[in-house]
Design a binder for this molecule. Structure first.
Ligand SMILES: Nc1ncnc2c1ncn2[C@@H]1O[C@H](COP(=O)(O)OP(=O)(O)OP(=O)(O)O)[C@@H](O)[C@H]1O
Ligand SMILES: [Mg+2]
Length: 385
């Protein structure tokens, strides 16, 4: 029998792989069961998808809002959607599929609420559980608004509430005519009484641009949650337990070293823990940990090298300064000299360009590198020698 892997990375953490986030779970659950649309933002791989899946899983189990009405959750990942059309398509299919469990009900909902666009179903090998939906697209009609209305209409008909979760929502900023599209969404969604939205994604600057800019349609659409990292204390408990449960042992101090090396970035904590776990015999040694860190850097080396190759010398120099712990004061003479940053007017544009590439996060005046391992890799490079 295959042994259970004690750690997970590369896919959402569920069940016993999911740790902490008690406060976040509480807040998001309260919001979504009380009709408060929510925007969840964090850099990549901190745990947005895991958190939302956990919360909607819990809601699905209890199934009711505080007023006793049944709640159904719809989860849509729009990462693959490159255009409005693809968005509407995914949206309509997911809403129909995930709010009904029976084939005849799918067909009925589509025929009732999307009759103007002649919905057509095609069924695969398992027609009772899966289908794909196509429809005639006529921009002159109210096609778009019909589709955007769909969850509200289904909720009314079934006497339920619906929570629609949209993963990788920052993607819509890349659609052509993105602002007009956002206006359409907002103008329909803001009137819905029985549907709550949870939009989440990385690329903080794009998400903030969509939701935090007064001139944008989704300005103040809901509660903004900025996900934080999981504390070292929580991680240490989690890591020690996972080792113990699988018959191996690690000290709290060693587990804390894993957190330190990865700066508590969720996916790296799990990945590094896994490398340490399979490398060690029954008891972890400090050299297992340093060896695992080297391995993880080695595995990611090609990505980091490629990243750096695409940057200008000034951009790399700036990143090196941030990697060395400088988070502000980039126009100080000694900093400019040490990291060859030329002059301060350039620094603003370098910051903006690196933020656009999602390599750094700017919080007020403070700059930080998003990917903790990339940071460690940069620190270990000898660029000028
Ligand atoms: N609450 C958690 N407990 C334990 N591990 C977690 C938790 N949240 C995330 N992780 C770890 O981080 C990884 C990435 O999580 P997830 O995919 O949820 O992040 P994300 O923020 O949605 O990432 P992306 O920005 O790439 O969409 C998981 O595979 C898991 O290793
Ligand atoms: Mg995600």
């Amino acid at each position: 029998m295959a042994k259970e892997n004690p750690f997970v990375f590369g896919k959402a953490a569920e069940g016993s792989y999911f740790t902490d986030r008690t406060e976040d779970t509480k807040r998001l659950t309260a919001n979504l069961t009380h009709g408060i649309s929510t925007i969840l933002i964090s850099p990549r791989r901190w745990g947005k998808t895991s958190l939302v899946k956990k919360v909607i899983g819990d809601i699905g189990k209890s199934r009711t809002s505080t007023s006793g009405t049944e709640i159904k959750c719809v989860f849509i990942d729009i990462f693959q959607c490159k255009s409005e059309y693809e968005f509407y398509h995914s949206f309509a299919s997911a809403v129909i599929k995930q709010t009904s469990s029976k084939l005849d009900e799918w067909v009925e909902m589509a025929r009732t609420f999307l009759s103007n666009i002649s919905p057509k179903f095609s069924f695969g090998s398992d027609p009772m559980n899966d289908f794909s939906l196509s429809f005639e697209w006529n921009p002159q009609d109210d096609t778009e608004s019909d589709i955007l209305q769909l969850p509200e209409k289904i909720a009314q008909k079934k006497g339920i509430r619906i929570v629609v979760c949209l993963d990788e929502f920052q993607q819509i900023a890349d659609f052509s005519d993105a602002v007009t599209f956002q206006k359409k969404l907002r103008s329909v969604w803001q009137h819905q009484q029985n549907v709550t939205y949870c939009m989440f994604g990385s690329k903080k600057h794009l998400m903030e641009n969509i939701f935090n800019d007064k001139s944008m349609p989704f300005y103040k659409f809901g509660d903004m949650m900025f996900l934080k990292k999981i504390d070292t204390e929580e991680w240490v408990d989690f890591i020690c337990k996972k080792f113990n449960d699988s018959g191996k042992s690690i000290t709290a101090k060693q587990a804390a070293t894993i957190c330190e090396a990865t700066e508590n970035l969720s996916s790296y904590v799990q990945h590094l823990s896994w490398l340490v776990w399979y490398k060690c015999d029954k008891t972890v040694t400090d050299s297992d940990i340093s060896g695992a860190i080297d391995d993880l850097l080695e595995q990611n080396k090609v990505f980091y090298q490629r990243e750096v190759e695409q940057l200008s010398e000034l951009q790399v120099n700036f990143l090196r300064a941030v990697a060395d712990g400088i988070s502000a004061g980039f126009s100080r003479k000694d900093v400019i000299k040490k990291y060859r940053l030329i002059s301060s007017p350039n620094i603003q544009s370098v910051k903006k360009s690196l933020q656009k590439k999602d390599l750094i996060d700017i919080d007020g005046q403070t700059v930080a590198i998003n990917d903790s391992l990339f940071k460690l890799w940069l620190k270990r490079q000898k660029f000028y020698e």
